[in-house]
Design a protein around this ligand. Sequence first.
Ligand code: ZN
Length: 577
Amino acid sequence: MTSSLPCHIIQVISILIICHIISIYTIDTPKSIYHCPLNYESLSSHTWLDENCYWSTSYVEAREKFQSFGDVLKGQLSYAQENGYGMVLDIVNVESISYDIALDPKEYDSLKSNGYNGGIVKKGEERSTSHTVLPGSNTVDALLLTIRLPQGKEDNNEEVNLIHCSGTHGIEGYLGSAIQLRFLHELFLQQEKRLRTNNVRAPPTKNTPVKKILLIHAINPYGMRHHRRTNENNVDLNRNVLSDELWVSIRARDPNFVSYGVYCSCVCFSVHRFILTFKFFFIISSIQQSVDMDSTLNPFNPIKNDKLFSWVDAAREGGFNGDTTRLAMQDEKVKTIYKDSQEEKESTSYDADELQLEESISSINNSLEEVKDILQVLKSVIIAVTKLGYTGAKRGLVAAQYHKPSGLSYGGGAHNGNTWESSIFAVQHAITTFAGFDVTDTNSKTILIDVHTGLGKYGEYTLLNKSTGSEFISKLNSLLKRESNDASVSSGYDQSVGFIAGDVLCPLPNCHGIVQEFGTRPGVAVAVALIMENMGYNTGRRYNHLTSFAFNPMRFSWRRKALRGGMDMIHAILEGF
Ligand SMILES: [Zn+2]
């Protein structure tokens, strides 16, 4: 009897695990695409009460919904104004704008002095819908809402504006988009109720204060379309927003600044590391020489191009004058592996067609190949974490590098001599020119929220910010009735710069930028997905389903929780500040 007890326990646990997996795939995963019509009648009916309507399966779908909500709110406002119900509504004005990010960023610059002309940006006029957007065209869309403050807030003279951004990291934009759509739908239903009940509010006082809310949708439309985190130039937009001075210094620094390029292979003496190293001695012993984050993060290194990337050349080009010994070691290592792979190629004499044929023999082979790649990448990640510690390895990944355009965590600046990507110019234009925010004006306060996914507990969020200060975050946390932030999420970000919510686009003391980061999968799984996807992008394989898995979980439980967190944040800011 007693000897069979462990057996029973194992059986019960196995059954529970199987039930859990079955429940995920049968109950907790959407089975079909939701058809949620975007006309006036459907939006005010029960169709849209299903939360899944706020989620999109493609960038085009998300964009169409966002634009349609803008149009519907505009229609609602003009109906109210024409029929003398103008004062019934909270919304005073609705404006929209679209930026085609395929255009040369310099055109956005000239836009600043020329107003909105040149056919680049359409304001007020009838906009194109998804049906008229050419396949492959990508736009950043923005909607500006001017809203009357609720009764009792008239005495508060300080204007508090809100900027809400989605899709900075492409694939992460499906949550940000859903939050924005839900907020717009809430506004629409509120106004609709007022219009129906003819609930005329008290006439406003002379200088009724207003709040401006700027929603910027799909900052990285290419990434959202292709389920990538980076944009069409492989740039991480959330590391790209640097001042001119910082661009010069960051390009001239040692590329191995945070161990991205090459890190020390010497034995680490801390007890913790020693134990870890001992644990993984069987892996370490198979590595004869220095291990480096470059090879971990970019496993396609040796096979990518005929012209091999050189860290030494890139560093010198960026203006780095220091010691390049370790960079040269990595270059040598890659060269050796490349030479070996070329010899192997010659001996097996594949041609491109044969290779392709072999790759398409069966999907089982592809899946096996994928599993093999995942295990290989996972092994390198474990080695990196063993060598550098979790925070150290994470720092190497998230601090970004500004030298290797095909590499992971590339912040831009080296691929075409440009610094800011088109999307950043679009965001800047939307904030300062389109919405007319003076983020340095002391009479107003602006709060910028940039929604992200990937790090932290499943469905829960962490508020990250570099300069806003703990007092501001504490106030927000108390408004949101939250304890405090998850420190493990913010660890390793100490050397990261160039955020959308950073002080270039949103400078203190009047503008407070915050990243709202929603947890998805365990950190190691997220890292493996990122490495695999970038490897696939560089070698012609498709691993986008891995980034979808890591950054955009298709589960009702996650969506419900995350959407609620996003809405809580908007409400806290609109009602609390
Ligand atoms: Zn992100």
